[in-house]
Design a protein around this ligand. Structure first.
Ligand SMILES: [Zn+2]
Length: 92
């Protein structure tokens, strides 16, 4: 007769509780986006930044092969690159 130990992990369900200040050690953000072409969440961004203000980012869909390259800096976020892709895609 062991009583069920029910862990109280309900806290995890709460949306974004800023209990702690953001860590200095940045974790890798999820770099997968929905492809504007095929709709799969298979779009990844690879940044190649040589210096603070020079570099580029390649965004590519692993499903349909959609690929673009944009200028990027160390401040460019993967989501910015994704935004450029979406803008360009729906402009056509
Ligand atoms: Zn795709």
């Amino acid at each position: 007769m062991s009583r069920k130990s029910k862990p109280t992990r309900d806290i995890y369900i709460r949306p974004r509780a800023p209990a702690y200040p953001p860590k200095k050690h940045e974790e890798e953000p999820p770099k997968r986006f929905d492809c504007p072409k095929c709709g799969m969440a298979a779009v990844t961004v690879t940044k190649l930044v040589r210096s603070d203000y020079s570099g580029h980012a390649t965004i590519k869909c692993g499903k349909c092969g959609l690929q673009r390259r944009y200028e990027a800096t160390s401040l460019t976020d993967p989501v910015d690159v994704y935004g450029m892709l979406v803008d360009e895609f729906f402009k056509e």
